[in-house]
Write a protein that binds this ligand. Sequence first.
Ligand SMILES: Cc1cc2nc3c(=O)[nH]c(=O)nc-3n(C[C@H](O)[C@H](O)[C@H](O)COP(=O)(O)O)c2cc1C
Length: 371
Amino acid sequence: MNSPLFQPFSLGALTLPNRVVMPPLTRARAGQPGNVPTAMNAEYYAQRASAGLIIAEATDISADAKGYSLTPGVHSTEQIAGWRLVTDAVHAAGGRIFLQIWHCGRMSHPDLRGGATPVAPSAVAFPGQIWLARPDGKGGMVDCPVPRALDRAEIAPIVASFRQAALNAIEAGFDGVEIHAANSYLIDQFLRTTSNHRDDDYGGSRDNRLRFLHEVVDAVIGAIGAERTGVRLSPRNQARGMDCPDSLPTALAAAAFLAERGVAYLHTNEPEEPEPNPAAEAFHAELRAAFPRPIIVAGGYTLARAEAVLAKGHADLVAFGRPFIANPDLPARLQHGWPLNTPDATTFFGGNAHGYTSYPFHAAITEESPA
Ligand SMILES: Cc1cc2nc3c(=O)[nH]c(=O)nc-3n(C[C@H](O)[C@H](O)[C@H](O)COP(=O)(O)O)c2cc1C
């Protein structure tokens, strides 16, 4: 199929063979103890190496950053060695892979932090639940407690942890990192008036709420270079206590800053909404005007929607989340119009190879290159 989705794209120093991106997908299958990536994780990512770009799952920048059971980190020697298995396998299979790095902030639980209360810009509780594993590796949702507001002096060490995590990711063989500033985690908590009630220079005005993001971006760029640094935002997502009336102008200001810094890409995660959607289109156009560099969009995309957003010039790359969970060969399936496997949500988080590396390739691919 002669679609722009299957044309190559230059992203920093990388040439992507297509514009079908695998976005970060938490799967809660890191090896224990230590939250260390394993050979099974390497197999899962290598199966998906035909993506134009893989962005590996949200990964803790430090032990303190943790917000979910069984998610990997990139702060210990063992974790860096575990990720090396993954990046080597993906590169050997012809792929390209960034790592998403995060701090969960208030979306956490003392059980994940050695009993310590989670931290956030302000002592405002997340009005929802997070996933905690039981000893058998299966899990359930639990309430988050009221977090502790970070002291001003505690912020710079977190920025330094983002920087170190980016360096560790490069040491582990990643092609770059994606700073997770979306989905109501710590950076997003600073961006939004709903979760940031600070009265120092990290809260209040838009510039102040953007300060933490700016500092993290500058620290990461300073360590690994702008061409290896991507950023994810989700300004149109209002769930999870994020219904900030200033979220779109804040994101446009962030986009202008990121364009000026020359980051590799801006990635937005958006709610799944019925089409056509004038509000989404208007925001896409504004974002494009603020950020003339590569834009990745995600959120309920189908082949038709992906082609439409590329044709409008509102995005350069399109991420498919749940479809990539179920279809290791997603680009070929989209290109040839082959049917898609259906994702099984009961195996998204935690567990073993079932629902992880077990989804079949299309028969045509299996016949071409027997496993
Ligand atoms: C199981 C699962 C795990 C996810 N984990 C992450 C994550 O670690 N980081 C992130 O930014 N988004 C995460 N997301 C959001 C996806 O990256 C994506 O934006 C979302 O699924 C919308 O795309 P889709 O409609 O194609 O699935 C996750 C989504 C799912 C379904």
